[in-house]
Structure formats: structure tokens, C-alpha cells
Design a protein around this ligand. Structure first.
Ligand code: SF4
Ligand code: SF4
Length: 476
């Protein structure tokens, strides 16, 4: 008598696209077209679990014994079927013992010249009260990066605030230092910055361009939407100045594509209109949306109904992305593009993001935080740039998230793409960054299903889009 076979439901997810059955293999985030025999094996084991290979062969009369045995063997190898042997441990169960740090975020000034009503920054100060990082701390941060991970292929220094351009003199010092330091090591270094654009001048733009900064501009859409929240300390809308500065930047910035970063909050769900303005009317190369569901100022959180609207509208824009992709055009919808990239590359994430592993954020005093959103929060820091990373505490923190046992994520079909969601969202919602963020899982799962559909249509109808717009990103 052969082994009893059972489906491993937590590893498979079936999706129908254009009347074709696809199988999303969850452990590897890979998509397969389902052949008739595999589909029938799945159906039979769903109907009656615990069958032997001989029983299945007996039931599947249209196929040879060899065909059925071969299919079962493949499905056991992919752990879609279990024969009772222990399954490979999920990636999420490993421990973090190494921190391959390649990115350091410098909070160069806690001060911001704007006063956006939804701002999550707990350490945000008025411009005059901003606490600026000094050069010694910034230099120690770069040295820590090199010392911790001497073997990375490339490094990234991110300038954050408050408004980072309100401490441009430090940014210039850091760039001069880092360019020389990394050149000596023969390693490339990239600089990135998210800015509200208001302090940009042509001279600054040309300097950023010369140093190939990756730039994102925080902008929420057309005037009526942008001016709802993105206001000056005196309460005035900032659309006019931000759009003027953004257009100036876009007209002369050549070194890298420039993205817009949109924050979706209470009452703001019109994703398509916002994208249209930023992509078509202003000329950004990419537009990324960050729905706020757990901000520190809960008044600004999207309500449950609004969140449903946001995802419905993201899917409508996703349809536009698909139509354009089939015509070999990229409409710069970053959220969709990232999802398609993850599916194409079969990305598997044990943790939701690089925070605390490949990236740490340094506050103005040198304290080490999981990411830019935690600087100035009440969460204890994980060491500092003067004395080094508190690896045991950081490892303990990450291990709690890696261990998915007894959480809703354990068997979730998008567990290797979502990985429990953003730590800061959990922190803002439950004051505990180790908790998964459960409040919109269904919407996230539906969004990934939609991504699978878009990806498989592109692969079937214009795979050259992937070669032109997705694959080259990797080499970047
Ligand atoms: S947070 Fe929700 S959607 Fe994300 S992996 Fe966990 S259960 Fe799945
Ligand atoms: S914790 Fe959240 S905000 Fe921070 S890097 Fe990760 S996903 Fe982004």
C-alpha cells in the first residue's frame, strides 16, 4: 500500500485568467499554467483527501499510469502534495543572524518648512526648531555601513527629514565624503531623497542631477486634492509652488527618472485622476500611492469603505497599465509595476521590507531605527552609530516577525509577498511593530490576484514588455 497523499493547500492558489487555469505556487511566488491532469489531481484530492497514488491512477482513466505517477512526483517535489514526509521549513522560520546592510537613511533635519496635516513624523519640528544632524554623525553612519557590510556590491545613502533640503549643507558634505570614500573602495554609491520640492532652485537641481540622485517628490495630485493636506505652517495650500518647482525639476533633470509619491488619506481615493495629473499633465515618470490606514493622527486614516474604493480605483488604473503594456507602453504606475516585478522575479520575502536588515535609519543624534518612519518615535533604538548596532535586540525583534506560527499569515496565500505588512503601520495601530497588520488582508489578497491576472495577460500577449520595462530594472 503506497503513502497517503494530501494536498498542501497552503502552498497552492488557483487563478483563472482569460478562461485559462493558472497555479500560483506560493513558496516560490511562481506562476504555472495548469495542465488538465494536474487540475484533475487537485480536484480529486480536494474531493477525497488521503488517497494513494494507486487510487488516483485508478480514478484518472484518461491518462497512462506513467503520466499520473510523473505528475504526482512533480507535485510532491513542489510540495503541492504531501506524502507525509516533513515539508521544507518556510523561509519565514529562519533566524536573522546577519545584517547585510547596504542602505543607511540619514534624518538630516527633524524640521520641515511645511506642516502637512497628516504627517506621521513624531519628531517633526517647525523649521526654526529643527534638530539637524551634524557631519560627524553622518560620517559615522557611512563608516558603520562600510564596516558592517564590506562586501556589498553597491551602497545607498538616503536623505530624509523633515524636509531634507533644509539641511542642504550637510547633504553636500556627505555626498563629497561618500563619493571619495566609496571610490577608494571601488564600490558604487547611490543617493536618494524624498522632498516636498518647495526649496528647490535650478542650481540645486543641477547639483542633484550631477550626483545622480534618485528623487521622489511628495505631491498628492491636482490643486484641489494636494491643497487639502499639504499646507504651509501658516495653513496655505502649497500646490502652486510645488507644481512649479516640480515642473522646473522635470524640465532639466536627466540622470534618473523622477517619481511622485502620493499619500492617500481620508477623503482622497481618486487614484486615476491623481495619476493622470502627475503622469500626463506634469510629466513624472512614476507615480506611487501610499494608502494611510494607520497613521499616528487617526483622523486622517482612510475609512474601511474608502480603502475599498482605493483598491477598486487602483485596479481601474491597473487595467490602464495592462492596456498600455499590451501596446508596449509603461504608464508609470509604481504599485502595479512593483507587483508585476515581484511576480516575474518570483520574489519571496521572509520579512515585509529591508528595514532592520539591509537598511537602518539614523536619527539626528545617531540612534539606529528600523526605518525613516521610526526616527523620533517611542520605540527604543537599536544601538547607535557611535557604539554600533545592538544586534541581539534587532535579531530578536526580526525573529518575532519571521516566526509566522499561530498567526493569520502562516497559511495566507500572499504570505511571501506581504509578509505581515509594514512594521510602522502595526506600530501606529497596535503600538507593537511585531504584530502583522490584519485589517485589510482581503483587499491585499485580491490586489495580488489582480496582479497575477495582469502579469499573465502581459506574458501571453506582449512578453516583450517585461523584457523592456521589468528585466532591466534588475541591472540597475
Ligand atoms: S498580513 Fe494579512 S495579507 Fe499579509 S501575509 Fe499576513 S494574513 Fe496575509
Ligand atoms: S517598516 Fe514600513 S515604512 Fe518602514 S521601510 Fe518597512 S514598509 Fe516602509
Amino acid at each position: 500500500m503506497g503513502a497517503q497523499l494530501n494536498l498542501v493547500e497552503q502552498n497552492l492558489h488557483l487563478v483563472e485568467v482569460s478562461s485559462k487555469q493558472l497555479l500560483f505556487h506560493i513558496p516560490s511566488s511562481s506562476l504555472f499554467e495548469l495542465d488538465g491532469l494536474t487540475k484533475q489531481v487537485i480536484d480529486l484530492l480536494r474531493l477525497r483527501p488521503q488517497q494513494t497514488a494507486e487510487q488516483l491512477i485508478g480514478e484518472l482513466s484518461g491518462f497512462t499510469e506513467q503520466q499520473v505517477s510523473e505528475t504526482i512526483r512533480e507535485m510532491v517535489a513542489l510540495e503541492l502534495i504531501s506524502d507525509g514526509s516533513p515539508l521544507t521549513a518556510e523561509i519565514g522560520l529562519k533566524k536573522v543572524t546577519e545584517f547585510p546592510l547596504n542602505t543607511v537613511v540619514l534624518n538630516v533635519n527633524t524640521g520641515c518648512n511645511l506642516s502637512c496635516s497628516y504627517c506621521y513624523k513624531e519628531d517633526l519640528d517647525k523649521p526654526s526648531a529643527g534638530k539637524k544632524m551634524d557631519f560627524i554623525t553622518a560620517k559615522q553612519s557611512v563608516e558603520m555601513l562600510i564596516e558592517e557590510s564590506p562586501n556589498e556590491e553597491r551602497y545607498n545613502i538616503v536623505f530624509f527629514g523633515g524636509e531634507p533640503l533644509s539641511n542642504l549643507s550637510l547633504i553636500k558634505q556627505v555626498v563629497a565624503f561618500a563619493e571619495a570614500r566609496f571610490a577608494d573602495l571601488g564600490k558604487p554609491v547611490d543617493f536618494t531623497m524624498t522632498t516636498n520640492a518647495t526649496l528647490l532652485t535650478e542650481e540645486i537641481v543641477d547639483w542633484l542631477n550631477q550626483h545622480r540622485f534618485g528623487i521622489s517628490i511628495s505631491m498628492d495630485g491636482p490643486k484641489a486634492i494636494h491643497d487639502k493636506n499639504r499646507i504651509t505652517v501658516g495653513g496655505q495650500g502649497t500646490y502652486d509652488v510645488v507644481s512649479r518647482k516640480a515642473q522646473m525639476l522635470l524640465s532639466r533633470y536627466r540622470s534618473r527618472p523622477v517619481g511622485a509619491r502620493v499619500t492617500l488619506t481620508k477623503g482622497i481615493t481618486d487614484v486615476e485622476r491623481i495619476w493622470d495629473h502627475l503622469f500626463n499633465e506634469l510629466g513624472f515618470s512614476e507615480v506611487g500611492f501610499a494608502p494611510v490606514t494607520s497613521g499616528d493622527v487617526s483622523y486622517f486614516n482612510l475609512s474601511d469603505e474608502e480603502l475599498v474604493d482605493v483598491f477598486t480605483n487602483m485596479k481601474a488604473l491597473g487595467q490602464k497599465y495592462l492596456t498600455a503594456a499590451l501596446e508596449h507602453r509603461n504608464i508609470g504606475f509604481s504599485n502595479m509595476h512593483q507587483l508585476i516585478t515581484d511576480i516575474h522575479e518570483g520574489n519571496k520575502k521572509a520579512l515585509p521590507c529591508g528595514a532592520g536588515v539591509a537598511m537602518l535609519a539614523v536619527d539626528h543624534e545617531g540612534g539606529l531605527n528600523l526605518c525613516h518612519r521610526f526616527t523620533g518615535s517611542d520605540l527604543d533604538t537599536f544601538g547607535d552609530v557611535q557604539t554600533g548596532i545592538d544586534k541581539s535586540r534587532l535579531g530578536e525583534f526580526l525573529d518575532q516577525r519571521l516566526d509566522r506560527s499561530n498567526t493569520g499569515c502562516e497559511s495566507c496565500r500572499i504570505r511571501n509577498l506581504c509578509s505581515g505588512g509594514c512594521y510602522h503601520e502595526s506600530y501606529a495601530r497596535f503600538e507593537d511593530p511585531t504584530q502583522p497588520v490584519y485589517h485589510y488582508c482581503e483587499l491585499l489578497r485580491d490586489w495580488v490576484d489582480f496582479g497575477i491576472e495582469v502579469y499573465s495577460r502581459i506574458m501571453a500577449e506582449n512578453p516583450a514588455f517585461i523584457d523592456s520595462y521589468i528585466s532591466p530594472r534588475r541591472a540597475h
